[in-house]
Design a protein around this ligand. Structure first.
Ligand SMILES: NC(=O)c1ccc[n+]([C@@H]2O[C@H](COP(=O)([O-])OP(=O)(O)OC[C@H]3O[C@@H](n4cnc5c(N)ncnc54)[C@H](OP(=O)(O)O)[C@@H]3O)[C@@H](O)[C@H]2O)c1
Length: 339
């Protein structure tokens, strides 16, 4: 165990958020030293990744894929930073890496909690390691290619289509030769994904009837649905699935603020009628595939086929406004906080 005297600001929950009111639920605190246990290291953070899924750990639900973050404890997520002190033989001072750490100026990282990985900033900006070259990029890739098993000519639909994961999933399906339809929350996002990102069509779920619009845009039926939201959107897509279609379950945005488990889709019977495959996938299950997936993503990135805008919020103290964007829908692409 070692100690470092540093001014470290960090975010905690003072109470569980009601709905998406993070302003009243989160607070920033400060300490004057950090303790680094044996086998761990400390990073000085440059960027903190804002991930919609973290909302699940801000509830009391024990049945999520990770336990809730207790009130008063430091909030956690993916951070990018440089090691400034290490009590681990393989992680050296000066290494720049992506790891699972606190939402703070300095993170104390236990490399066993979720494996950290060294990043190479000679070819791309550091923040891209929580975008195309990070968990969102791998999630989009695995969801489309391995879980969705798309084929050229398939009709592919993705929700939260202008957000980080959805925008990449749509582009990867396009690269794979699919017809791609995105579902998003504003006309501006719908225009953007079609005009700038090559989607073949878009639906504004706030102003249009998803089921009717899908019938119009995909009369042949949907072969693969990359589901980021569940709930009523899933029901609308179920009505439009083609026989033997696939629902790749990535996220549950409509449900994250709920304190209880919500009932399954109203259209459950259509899973049988249309002989559908439902399959969930979760990024820590494929972190070990970074060396295989990142070169593929890198080729697409370099050739301009896969693009991801990154919205940077300056200052740890402004983290709440950055995090809220994901639930207000005011982001396009990835949201990060620059520390
Ligand atoms: N399975 C995995 O391993 C894994 C890994 C990473 C992410 N994910 C999932 O991927 C999804 C996207 O996450 P992200 O971090 O990339 O965030 P993001 O898509 O960049 O941001 C979230 C977007 O979702 C939309 N949204 C918010 N609340 C919604 C609601 N109630 N109904 C419909 N749309 C809503 C908003 O855009 P609109 O304007 O369109 O509303 C917002 O921009 C989440 O479900 C997340 O849990 C899963």
């Amino acid at each position: 165990m070692s100690e470092m005297e540093v001014k470290n600001r960090f975010w905690v929950m003072k109470n569980l958020p009601e709905g998406n009111d993070f302003e009243s639920a989160l607070e920033i605190k400060e300490e004057s030293k950090i303790e680094i246990p044996e086998g761990c290291f400390a990073t000085k953070n440059s960027f903190i990744s804002m991930d919609a899924g973290t909302r699940m750990y801000m509830t009391e639900r024990e049945d999520s894929y990770q336990p809730p973050i207790p009130i008063g404890e430091k909030l956690m997520g993916t951070v990018l930073g440089e090691i400034i002190e290490s009590n681990h033989p393989n992680h050296k001072v000066g290494d720049v890496l992506r790891s699972y750490g606190q939402w703070s100026d300095y993170s104390v990282v236990d490399p066993n909690s979720m494996y950290p990985s060294k990043v190479d900033v000679s070819e791309t900006n550091l923040e891209n390691y929580v975008g195309i070259y990070g968990a969102n990029g791998w999630t989009a890739y695995v969801g489309v290619i391995n879980t969705g098993r798309v084929k050229a000519g398939d009709t592919f639909v993705v929700s939260a289509a202008a957000g980080c994961t959805g925008l990449m999933a749509g582009q990867i399906a396009k690269i794979s030769g699919c017809k791609v339809i995105g579902i998003a929350g504003t006309d501006q996002k719908c225009d953007l994904i079609c005009k700038e990102y090559g989607f073949d069509g878009a639906i504004n779920y706030k102003t249009e009837n998803i089921s009717d619009k899908l019938k119009e845009l995909c009369p042949e039926g949907v072969n693969v649905y990359f589901d980021n939201v569940a709930g009523s959107t899933l029901d609308a897509v179920l009505e439009n699935m083609a026989n033997f279609g696939v629902i790749a379950v990535c996220g549950l945005l409509e449900n994250y603020a709920s304190t209880e488990r919500l009932p399954g889709p109203y259209n459950y019977d259509l899973i049988l009628m249309k002989r559908l495959r439902f399959e969930g996938f979760f990024s820590p299950d494929f972190y070990h595939r970074e060396a295989e997936i990142n070169p593929i993503l890198k080729n697409w990135d370099k050739s301009g086929l896969l693009r991801l805008p990154i919205e940077v919020t300056d200052g740890l103290e402004n983290l709440v406004s950055a995090y809220s964007k994901l639930f207000e829908g005011s982001n396009i692409g990835k949201v990060v906080v620059k520390v």
